[in-house]
Write a protein that binds this ligand. Sequence first.
Ligand code: SF4
Length: 363
Amino acid sequence: MTAALAAPLLLTGDDPSYREHLARYGQVPELPHGVLRDRARAVDLRGRGGAAFPAWRKIAGTPQGAIVVGNGAEGEPLSAKDRTLLTAAPHRVVDGLVAVARAVRAGRVALVAAEGPAYEAAVRAVAERQVPVDVVAAPRRFVAGQETAVVNLLRSGTALPTTGRPPSLVLNVETLAHLGLLARDPRAFEGIGSPVEPGTRLHTVSVAGQGELRVVEVPTGTPTDEVLRLAGVDPASTAAVLVGGYHGSWSPTAPPGAGVLVALPVGVCPLGWVGGVLAYLAAESAGQCGPCVNGLPALAAAFRDLLAGRGIARVQELVGLVEGRGGCHHPDGTARLVRSTLTTFAAELEAHARGGCATGRRG
Ligand code: SF4
């Protein structure tokens, strides 16, 4: 399901064909490096892939001849915003990619999209425009969206994180779509969203234990409860919200990261649900670093024990052991979820320690 703003900037629903896109918006202008950078800086455009790094800083630090990559790999299973954008408005993304590539005089340009409809839409869009962009399909695995994994995929065909990479500018596809709008009009975000970071943002909203992912485009700064409502989720029947997906935290005021929100319904055991997520995350280790390969399965097992009432000491110990010791962010993100779960759900922890469950259902 996809919902949108009354006047969206990205999910405009006016079809993905380049002929229509050109007729409505014309060619994306060719801007010098400094102009595009300054337009991104003026609105404090932050990366929409999760890290929220200022886009202008990335552009400013990119040497001529670097690889420029649009990242739509979207490895997080609870995120669908990038594939929704690529299938609904691929030329918005390619506009930004072309504008950035020209501005930094890229040596190579690539668009990485999750295998399936997003990849197919990206291939069609690039072929229609006849631009020199390599379109590459990313496998559906959690770590495939990390920047080093995306560059590694282009170089070696393997979507695994690495330490070190060639000069490259990797921007999430939503970030690129916003840059495409700014390339056309520096005032594109005027009067929309937060005054400090104007514009819109895509969110993927889901309900824990249910399969449907709902993508909404909202003004920046929209409160979490309002985003839930726009996605058709009733905040009154929601016990807690996980912000940031499987590497996120249970804080409705946390930075939105990649825009993934998970509503935990009243009556569903958060510990049971997190236990399932940890088993998934342990299996998604890329198999390269000991603390991740051995530590995450051990952490998932200790959390299962916690569910069975065997205490939290081992869980806390393992969180400390894996944190900061992987070759990528995967162990740190997993540790963040566990820490947040332990501090947010004290009543449920106590109930499990007594051999019961405060909520009864385990998601
Ligand atoms: S920390 Fe885990 S996912 Fe990251 S590079 Fe090492 S083994 Fe791979």
